[in-house]
Structure formats: C-alpha cells, structure tokens
Write a protein that binds this ligand. Structure first.
Ligand code: ADP
Ligand code: MG
Length: 597
C-alpha cells in the first residue's frame, strides 16, 4: 500500500497558519492592515474575551466583490503583488496573500463586504477553511470581519494562549504599533462592550497624545522634542523624550516606511545620543519615523517578524545618532554643548517649542553627510588578514565622537618600527603614534568573534582527540545557554554526561593554547559580568577569546604582519580602546616631543 499522500488543504493551511497567526494579536494586525490597505479612514476593532471568542474589525474601506471575497481566502490570493519583483517595491502592508487563508483555517470566520458600486454586498461564512455559506446581503460599504473562536479546531494552540489580561495587552500593543503610523485614520477599540480607546483623526503628535497622554495633568507631548533630518539615504522625523522625563515605562517606537519595527542597533544609536544625560537605568521614550527607499530594506523575511534588515545600517546609525543628539542639544536639553560662536549657526524656531539655542554645524546631517568616507578609504586588507579577514566587522559599531578627529590624524605616513616586541611606532600627521600590538590584535579579534556570533558564522578546527571539559553542576544551565554562541566562535562541543563536555573542535585562532583553559576563562568572565544579558555575555565571549588568542608581547612581527595589523585596526570603529577600556593607541604630539629637548 502506498503510504505517501498529499495533505488535504485544510491541514496544510493549519500548519502554515501557525506561522502567521499565533494569537489574537496577530489576527488583529492582519485584519487592521487589510483595512488600511483597502483605504479605510475609519476602523473599529471589537474584541470579546481578549479576542478568544471574538475579534471583529469593521472598516469603511473599498470593500470586495462577491468573487473577490471568495478568492480572498485562498492561499497566495492577493490583489497587492503579481510578480516576484514587486516584493522589493512594497508599500502596502500585506503582500503575501496568506493572512486570510491562515485565519480561516483556525477559526470560524464571518465576513460581510460591499463595494460602493454594488447595490448589495456579500456575506461569507468559513469554518476551518471550509466554506459554510455565501449569500447576498444588505450591508454598508466596506468590510465587516468577524473571527470567532480562534483555534476552535486546534486545542493545543488554544492552551498556549495566556490569560485574558495578557492577551488584551498583546492586542493593545499591536494596535498601538499600527495607529501611531496612521494618525489620519479614525480608530476605536472596544473590549467586552466597553470603549477602551477612541482616536480621532489628527497629526502624529495628537495621536501620540491620544494614545499615551490620557488622564495626565501636563500634556504628554510637551515632554518631547522634535527630531528631523533628510538625507539621500534616509529621512527621519519624530519625537524624542526630554531626558528629565526618562523613566522605567518608556515608550520606544521605531517605524520604517509606515511599519513598526524593532531594531536593537538603532535603539543603541538613540541611547548613545542621550549619553551622560540620563540618571541610572532610566530609559528615554521615543517615536521615530523613518522613510527609506524600499529597495534598501528587506521586509520579506517573515510575515510576523518585526525585525527589518537595512542595507546601510552603519551610516543610518550615525545619521540617527547625530539627528537625535542635535535635537536634544537644539532645545537646550543637553547641558554639555559648548558655544564657540564661529562654529555655530542659529536655527529657526518651530512651533510652540522652547527657544532653541545654537547648534553645531558639523552635527547637522546634510545630503552630503557621509561619516564613512574616511573609513571606507582605509579598509584595504591584504594577505594575513585572510585569516582574520572580514572587513565588514568594522561596519557594525559606531564611531565614538572623540575618535573621529584622531582618525583623521592617524594615517601612518612613514616607516613602522617595532619596539621591544611590544609597541609599534610610526610617524603620523598628528605626531608619533604608538600602538600596543597585543591590545591592537585583541581589538581586531574581538570584532571578528563578535561578528561570527552575530552572523552565526563558524570556523572550527577539528581536534584529533577530543578534550574533556568538566563544569560544575550549577554551571551547566549557563553553558547550555551559551552553546550556540560558543559554536559560532569555533568551539565544537557536545555534552556527554551531566557535567562533562567533549571538545571536538576549537577556533582556528586558538592554535596551541589549551581549549579547556580558554573555555574556563570564558565561563568565568561571563559569570563575573552578568549572565542574564545575552549581548553582554556574547561580548564577554568575544573579548575573552580575543585575549586568549591575541599575538603575545615579545613576538617579532614581519613588516607585512605589522602593516596588516594596523590596516585592520584602523578600519575598526573603536580602535583607541579595547572593549574593557585599555588604551591601544597613543600619540605623542610634535609639541610634546619638542619639549623633551
Ligand atoms: P494580502 O493582504 O497579503 O494581500 P490577505 O490574505 O490579508 O493577503 O488578503 C487577501 C486579499 O483580500 C487582499 O489582497 C485584498 O484584496 C482582500 N481584502 C482583505 N481584507 C480586505 C478589506 N478589509 N477590504 C478590502 N479588501 C480586503
Ligand atoms: Mg493582508
């Protein structure tokens, strides 16, 4: 008897639906986005039991014909793209034609829809992908979409839903992410017959006020300053919170081309702009809207993912940092600006905001703004770097402000001399430059390892005989959590009994050093610095391994090795200090030298 058969459509849809529809909130997102795509200017969301029993979206959009209504529930049925290349020009929210097929696979759906040009509308009922009935009906122009008993046919998934309170919070979060980008659309949110939110059409600022400012004495938006900048690469506008109102429950929103996104790297740019202005672990609020050419981002990664990949993340980081910093400085919220009149210009006032003071010309990104022109010129790797090579490691981290001037000066202009097997010395335009060879290599390797972790790259050198690494019972959980990261830097390890790991492969750079010592160093340093934060421990892995594999003091380097080390080092965003703050590069100016004689 043949045992292979095709899955019935309903089952295939259920499986695929799991990816798109995880909870009522994902359902809300898909339905409201469809309403927006249909040009609705008024949208109502009604839920019962946090969307568990009912999630209803009523819009006054363009509606559907009866055939389109039926078609809309087929997988990959969409009116929004017709060829693969359209994927790169996405402006509408939905584009895969999967949402409705997924929703109707896991719920009992009832839709009424009518177009302006049709006298009567159409009503369709589908339960678990099966059409129950379709008939003509009398209804207003637009679409009224009811999703009842989500996961009625998948008890396991129903069990995964959290309490009503949590699911309602999820629903609201999803709702905020959408309404904040569509201030001109009127929204209402009703939960168990109670109107929770009513949002009239307005400006972005009014929308933010309406969503987050409810019941506050002082207007919420008065705590914000405007950010704005236009460059060829990106245009940025929005609002950032004044440092004095930063706190625990900060609202932090990034949007790109009308979509909410999470972007830890850009988040860091914003935080960097606040450096020195925040108390303790206070978090600033921000609402930042970005527009970029859709060709430069990839939103097609996964329908439910909010992470978005940009082509030019590093220059955008710089522009964002400069823009936010400028905004904070412009409204005199930054205490540290120093006013040298010759270098500053007056900026025009906007609206009812406090009077701006002055701002530095140099921090204002213009269309010609390209912080990387120097970096790019210098990134030329040669031979032994093929070992370390991956110049893109330089592309992840920001230049700190103080580095930039030094960067200009440190173009080596002459012969390089290795002194005492320890320092590399060379004349530069700024004076005599000295580089600590061991720390320089730590910097280079640190970025390499961190990059491997981030990109999930692995280059492991297999050992002929595995070595055994024994850890404490209380350490096992942490090691297990770190396993992926350790693999990415090159450790091929597997657990063979409750507290022993076999080390089958090691990072190529480790050469003769003991892998057990290196692993122990890593584990100890991670334990010492905060084992709860993944990005902290990843940094710690990268740093410890870099320390253990860096060229030692006393090693004589060939001219090529020196050249390459320096080329690599100067291409890094942070080459003046190691990650743990040790000085790598020092310059004795010509004046200081002259004083010695
Ligand atoms: P996508 O949004 O990716 O195209 P969906 O499965 O979400 O896929 O929707 C399928 C199609 O149904 C849409 O392309 C659109 O033509 C139609 N549609 C869905 N919701 C609405 C609505 N509220 N108003 C008008 N048309 C709609
Ligand atoms: Mg859609």
């Amino acid at each position: 008897m043949d045992i292979i058969h095709l899955l019935p459509d309903s089952v295939a849809n259920q499986i695929a639906a799991g990816e798109v529809i995880q909870r009522p909130a994902s359902c809300l997102k898909e339905l409201v986005e469809n309403s927006l795509d249909a040009g609705a200017t008024k949208i109502q969301v009604l839920v019962r039991d946090a969307g568990r029993t009912l999630l209803q979206v009523v819009d006054e959009g363009k509606g559907m014909s009866d055939t389109d209504l039926r078609m809309a529930f087929e997988r990959h049925a969409t009116s929004k793209i017709s060829q693969a290349s359209d994927l790169f020009q996405l402006r509408t929210m939905g584009f895969r034609g999967e949402a409705l097929a997924s929703i109707c696979a896991v719920a009992q759906v009832e839709v009424c829809s009518r177009r302006e040009e049709d006298e009567v509308g159409s009503r369709l009922v589908i339960h678990g992908s099966e059409v129950i009935e379709q008939e003509a009906c009398v209804c207003p122009v637009g679409t009224n979409f009811k999703v009842k008993n989500l996961f009625f046919n998948i008890p396991v998934r129903r069990k995964f839903l959290k309490t009503d309170q949590t699911e309602l919070r999820n629903l609201l979060n999803e709702f905020y992410r959408i309404v904040l980008v569509y201030p001109k659309v009127q929204f209402t949110f009703v939960s168990n017959d109670e109107v929770l939110i009513e949002l009239p059409a307005g400006t972005e600022k009014q929308r933010i006020e309406a969503v987050f400012g409810k019941g506050q004495k002082v207007s919420y938006s008065s705590h914000f300053v405007d950010v704005k900048s236009d460059t060829e690469l990106i245009s940025i506008r929005g609002f950032v919170g004044k440092p004095e109102v930063a706190g625990k429950n900060a609202q932090q929103y990034f949007f790109v081309n009308g979509r909410y996104m999470r972007h830890p790297y850009f988040h860091k740019a914003v935080l960097t702009a606040y450096q020195g202005m925040l108390q303790g672990d206070a978090n600033p609020s921000y609402f930042i809207y970005m527009e970029v050419n859709p060709e430069n981002i990839d939103v097609n990664i996964h329908p439910t993912k909010t992470e978005i990949k940009f082509q030019d993340e590093q220059p955008i980081f710089q522009i964002l940092l400069a823009t936010v910093r400028e905004a904070l400085g412009k409204f005199n919220v930054s205490p540290s600006l120093d006013f040298d009149r010759s270098g500053y210009v007056e900026m025009p006032t906007t609206g009812a905001m406090p009077m701006p003071t002055a701002m530095p010309i140099t921090s204002s990104p213009s269309t010609a703004y390209n912080p990387f022109v120097h970096a790019e010129e210098k990134v030329r790797t040669t031979n032994w770097q093929s070992l370390y090579a991956n110049t893109s490691i330089a592309e992840r981290q920001p230049l700190s402000e103080e580095q930039q001037p030094l960067f200009e000066q440190t173009v080596p202009t002459g012969h390089i001399y290795q002194y005492n097997g320890r320092y590399l010395m060379m004349p530069t335009q700024g004076g005599l430059m000295m580089i600590d060879q061991h720390r320089a290599h730590i910097c280079v390797l640190y970025h390499l390892y961190l990059n491997q972790i981030g990109e999930s790259l692995t280059t492991s050198q297999q050992l002929l005989f595995p070595e055994m690494w024994t850890v404490g019972v209380e350490e096992v959980a942490l090691v297990e959590e770190m396993l992926d990261d350790l693999r990415h830097v090159g450790f091929d390890i597997e657990r063979i009994d409750p507290t022993t790991y076999a080390v089958n492969g090691v990072p190529a750079m480790l050469s003769d050093a003991s892998p057990i010592t290196a692993l122990r160093d890593i584990l100890d340093s991670v334990k010492a610095t905060g084992i709860n934060l993944k990005d902290r421990w990843q940094k710690q892995i990268a740093l410890t391994l870099a320390q253990d594999t860096s060229i030692p003091y006393g090693k004589t380097l060939t001219k090529d090795e020196i050249d390459d080390l320096i080329t690599q080092l100067l291409a890094l965003p942070n080459y003046r200090y190691t990650e743990d703050g040790k000085i790598v590069v020092s310059i004795i100016s010509d004046d200081e030298l002259a004083k010695k004689f």
